[in-house]
Each structure stands twice: as C-alpha cells, then as structure tokens.
Design a protein around this ligand. Structure first.
Ligand code: PEP
Ligand code: MG
Length: 322
C-alpha cells in the first residue's frame, strides 16, 4: 500500500507481492452494490456518477448526496472512489440539452462541461462532501489534460467544502485523485502526481486517444489494442511516476480487468485494479497463480516494454503461471 491508501487488515505472514493489489469494482449506480458484495470487491475504484444524470430530470444536490452516502456507507471500511461528471463523448444527458458537436470525444466533455456549467459542478461537489462523512471516500476528476484543469477542479472542490461546512454539515476527509486517460496527462504524470493523492488510469479512453481509434466504431475495432506497446508503455510510465511521488495508482478501464495482463500488472507493482464486479474472480485467480519470482527474475516488464507490436506482447504474456 502506497501513501494515502486506507490501511487494510495486516496479514500474519508477509504476503507475496501480488496480493498487495487491491481488487475493486466499477459501478454505475447504487443497485450495483449487490454485485460488489457478491464478488467480494475491496471497495469501489470507479463510481460512474453520470448515470444519475441520464434521466429526463437532473438530480438535486440532496438526491446526489443520498446516492453517494448510500454507496460510501455500504463499502465502508473500504474506499469508494467517486468520479465527477463525465458527460459528453459516449455518455449523454438529455436533461442538459447540450448542443451537438462534430467530434464529441474531443469536445465539451467531462470537466470541460463542468467548468462551463459551474452550478452543476458545484452542486455535485457539495453533494460529495455531504456524503464524505459516511466512510472512506475519494473524489476523482476525469479527462484532465493540463495542470491548470486539475488546479481549477481542486479549487471548486475547496469552495464546495467551505459551503458545506458553513451550512453545518459534517464532512469527512476526501482523497483527491485524477484519471489518466489523455496521453498528454501521461507525459505530465510526474508533475500531476505532486498535486493528487492517486491516479486511476482510464484505458478505455487512453487507448482511443493514443491510437486514434473511436472506442465505439466497430470498423476500426481491430486497431483498438490494449496490448499496443505504446499503451503498456504509458501505463508503466504512470505507475512509475506515481510511485516516485509516493501516491498510489490504479487502473479502472477495461484493460484493468483483463487477466491476460495480470503478469504485467503484478510485475509493475500496480496498487489497484478496478473492474466490472463479474470479472473479479478470474482476475483474483490469475494473480494468485502467477510465478512472481519468474516475473521479477526474467525482467518481464522490461521485455514487454521492449516489444514492437501487440502480437509480440501477446506471445510474451503467457507462461508466467506457476
Ligand atoms: C476509461 O476511460 O477507461 C474509463 C474508466 O472511463 P469511461 O469508460 O467511463 O470513459
Ligand atoms: Mg473515460
């Protein structure tokens, strides 16, 4: 566990390195909590709040506070990571009546929309603070490409805290993290790391922006490669920048639930993998079966990072099970 991560129960024996990876769940709405329990997730690594905003009416601050409180208290004492609104691109919100854009994935999406609609963003952040006393919680900002965006988002967060405190609500402490899902943020990871408590890599978007492939377009799906050496290289760069700064790093994109990548994640020493709850058993099994000595001894991560093609990566990824 790196700095800032909530303590888990201390095992009697020193555990092999792979068990240090927290296996958390991605959820979209509070009803997913049944799956979190059923698959024994160690908390929620990504709570996609935009699902609250996809109906015909927008949720009030109180409705949001109730929803976030429900998730945080259900997951306590484990951590709930609440992602702020990521509308735009593939996620629409009819009630916001947003103008059509020619390139929505490159347009007014996520924080960009939140900065254009400050009341919307402020209300969500106040709701998160109102829920923060219910248990261990974190707030996470999506789609950040610049340091200024991170600082601006944190400023909104601080203003929201002051408002909630002045209204007399009890507030807890919130970890503050950001998603790494824009290639520019990978380049800046060392700088960004000194201003957050954690990174969570959003491979769904990171891949699409790295290889210029629409994540929803089946005509180019063969080029949407999680095993592209550039993608794995970016993941490694982020994990290493996070570790150097003493913060923890997780993955919450689909690649984080791919058991074929388990030896790569274990070799890198990633702190958390967060995935659809149904994928947890297979990942748990893949990690438990890894030959950690072989991974370390053969310089496995460096071999992966030296690959020229996804096909070479695929060949290397097998053969590290005990
Ligand atoms: C991602 O981009 O990998 C991610 C987890 O966010 P979303 O899929 O909601 O865009
Ligand atoms: Mg994303």
């Amino acid at each position: 566990g790196a700095a800032g991560k909530p303590a888990e129960s201390t095992p009697a024996e020193p555990a092999p390195a792979y068990t240090a990876i927290t296996l958390a769940a991605n959820i979209g709405n509070p009803s997913d909590l049944a799956l979190v329990r059923r698959f024994q997730a160690q908390g929620v690594g990504l709570y996609r709040t935009e699902f609250l905003f996809m109906g015909t009416a927008l949720p009030t601050e109180a409705e949001q506070a109730a929803a976030y409180t429900g998730v945080i208290s259900a997951c306590a004492p484990q951590l709930t990571v609440i992602r702020t609104l990521d509308i735009g691109g593939d996620k629409r919100a009819p009630a916001l009546a947003l103008p059509a854009e020619k390139n929505p994935f490159l347009g007014v999406r996520a924080l960009r929309l939140c900065f254009n609609r400050p009341e919307l963003f402020a209300a969500q952040l106040r709701a998160i603070w109102r829920a923060s006393a219910a248990g261990p919680a974190a707030v996470m900002f999506p789609m950040i490409a610049t340091l200024e965006e991170l600082r601006q988002a944190k400023q909104y967060l601080e203003t929201a805290r002051e408002a909630v405190v002045s209204q007399g609500y009890p507030v807890g402490s919130l970890q503050v993290g950001m998603m790494i899902e824009v290639p520019a943020a990978v380049w800046l990871a060392a700088k960004l790391a000194s201003e957050v408590d954690f990174f969570s890599i959003g491979t769904n978007d990171l891949i699409q922006y790295a290889v210029a492939v629409d994540r929803e377009n089946s005509a180019v799906a063969h080029l949407y490669q999680a095993y592209h050496p550039a993608v794995l290289g970016m993941i490694a760069q982020v994990v290493r920048a996070g570790r150097a700064a003493g913060i923890w790093t997780g993955i919450c994109g689909e690649a984080g639930g791919d058991p074929v990548l388990a030896p790569f994640f274990a070799g890198l020493g990633i702190d958390e993998l967060s995935m659809s709850p149904g994928l947890l058993p297979e990942m748990r099994q893949a990690l438990a079966g890894l030959d950690q000595d072989k991974i370390a001894g053969e310089g496995f991560v460096e071999k992966i990072l030296a690959c020229a093609t996804a096909a070479e990566v695929t060949d290397l990824l097998t053969g590290y099970t005990k």
